[in-house]
Design a protein around this ligand. Structure first.
Ligand SMILES: Cc1cc2nc3c(=O)[nH]c(=O)nc-3n(C[C@H](O)[C@H](O)[C@H](O)COP(=O)(O)OP(=O)(O)OC[C@H]3O[C@@H](n4cnc5c(N)ncnc54)[C@H](O)[C@@H]3O)c2cc1C
Length: 407
């Protein structure tokens, strides 16, 4: 049958394409449906990722044109202008051009035989005997049906297809609305560090960022729990006591808006003939909003499990549940830890955030944090740091805040 493949992937974002690439490496026939005319557009994220994370995924080194900068650490700005920085001796993160990054993965998938259908919006799932067996696709106004043994949903945050599979959707109460822009003519840019600005006046419920791209160019953005992110960004660029000195005269080259899901992974990511991967499953760090490394890691686990399901000819929910079991073994602990930290941060006043950052600075915690080997696994990293007595006052401080937020 012409419209039959082994696997259908909904969405040609990084997680959909990486699932497809890993499946194609195992000689599995895959179709990817992407609703836009091009992969990688519109770009809603600055693409700040850990180098270790990319290495674990086999994606590093990336072609030079994709990497816009490599960074050695982070500078935190408290709401009352206390600055605390952690700098490593070698680059720890990099900034990728998201459009080129998404296309790079998609091109590798195509070269392995994956067929991409652009301008093709998946409208609905097709069910047979309780199993997902395919999708109905709107291609330029014409509806066509495609069939597969399994459908992988990588549609991003919209969750329209996920709802049809009767799986729980991400926690809307934990969404923040993000705005991301590219600017030039930035003054006094720290070239080797990302800058994070905390405070409810500028980014309530999250933070604002400034990521250097080289010379006078940068990526700037923020996310907010309420209000209009564009207005908050204008306020941040014009009025923030530190950021405004750098950003007041910039030229904005582009700006996009998109939500970030901070509620941790959805409670069930598999069904009969169906898996959910990436943002749709909220596989995003609740602390930083970074979804690329964990989403791509889940994509590679999903591909492994789909391959096993095809070999056994078993697409039952019971069998596909190993997907969730495997990724929870890898970073379930870290996700739970980061979600707790997010809840503590959300409950903190500006004065408390300022106090915490001042405490970190006073205790010279940068010397302890300097030993962290992997900033993706923040729960395990904290366990490692507990060996240092220097961190204990900060733990007690946060523990006290946790108790006050959860009486
Ligand atoms: C403001 C902001 C800043 C961020 N910063 C970072 C960062 O610095 N580092 C980081 O790691 N992460 C960051 N993230 C998160 C990161 O962007 C996401 O985690 C990542 O894009 C998830 O990839 P995905 O493939 O799951 O979803 P997406 O990238 O959203 O891709 C989903 C794709 O599916 C397509 N699609 C949707 N519905 C359909 C349909 N019905 N049929 C066909 N196609 C469909 C969409 O067009 C899209 O191409 C940020 C997010 C935001 C909003």
């Amino acid at each position: 049958m012409e419209n039959l493949s082994d696997v259908i992937v909904v969405g040609g974002g990084p997680c959909g394409s990486f699932t497809a690439l890993n499946l194609a490496k195992l000689r599995i026939k895959v179709r990817v449906f992407e609703e836009h005319a091009h992969v990688g557009f519109p770009t809603h994220c600055p693409g700040h990722v850990t180098i270790n994370g990319l290495k674990r995924l086999g994606l590093y080194p990336l072609p030079a044109k994709i990497v816009e900068n490599t960074l050695y650490g982070v500078i935190f700005h408290s709401p009352k202008d206390c600055e605390f920085s952690v700098r490593f001796s070698s680059p720890i993160t990099c900034v990728v051009n998201r459009s080129l990054f998404d296309n790079y993965i998609a091109e590798m998938a195509k070269n392995r035989g994956v067929s991409y259908h652009l301008n093709s919006r998946v409208e609905s799932l097709i069910f047979e005997d309780g199993f997902v067996k395919g999708v109905s696709v709107n291609q330029n106004g014409k509806i066509e049906k495609f069939f597969a043994k399994i459908v992988v949903d990588a549609e991003g945050i919209s969750s329209k297809i996920l709802r049809q599979a009767n799986l729980p959707t991400l926690n809307r109460r934990m969404l923040v609305n993000g705005v991301h822009g590219e600017v030039e003519n930035v003054k006094d840019l720290e070239q080797d560090c990302v800058e994070v600005f905390l405070g409810n006046d500028y980014a309530p419920g999250f933070y604002a960022w400034l990521i250097p791209k080289g010379e006078d160019k940068a990526k700037v953005g923020l996310a907010t729990k309420h209000g209009n992110p564009k207005e908050f960004l204008q306020q941040f660029m014009l009025k923030h006591p530190i950021a405004s000195k750098k950003l007041r005269k910039v030229k904005i080259l582009q700006m996009t808006f998109h939500p970030i899901s901070l509620g941790g992974p959805i409670s069930k990511t598999y069904s009969y003939g169906f898996l959910a991967v990436g943002d749709v499953a909220s596989q995003v760090k609740p602390t930083t909003g970074g979804g690329l490394i964990f989403g791509l890691s889940c994509a590679s686990i999903a591909a492994e499990v789909v391959h096993e399901a095809l070999v056994r000819n078993d697409f039952s929910s019971e069998f596909l549940s190993i997907y969730q079991k495997r990724y929870e073994e890898t970073f379930g602990f870290d996700m739970k830890f980061m979600l707790k930290v997010r809840k503590i941060l959300n409950a903190m006043s500006d004065a408390e955030i300022h106090q915490a950052i001042t405490l970190c600075k006073k205790l010279n915690l940068n010397k302890t944090l300097y030993n962290v080997k992997d900033i993706d696994f923040q729960g395990k990293s904290l366990l490692y740091l507990l060996r240092s007595p220097r961190i204990l006052p900060v733990i007690f401080y946060f523990f006290f805040l946790y108790l006050s937020a959860n009486p």
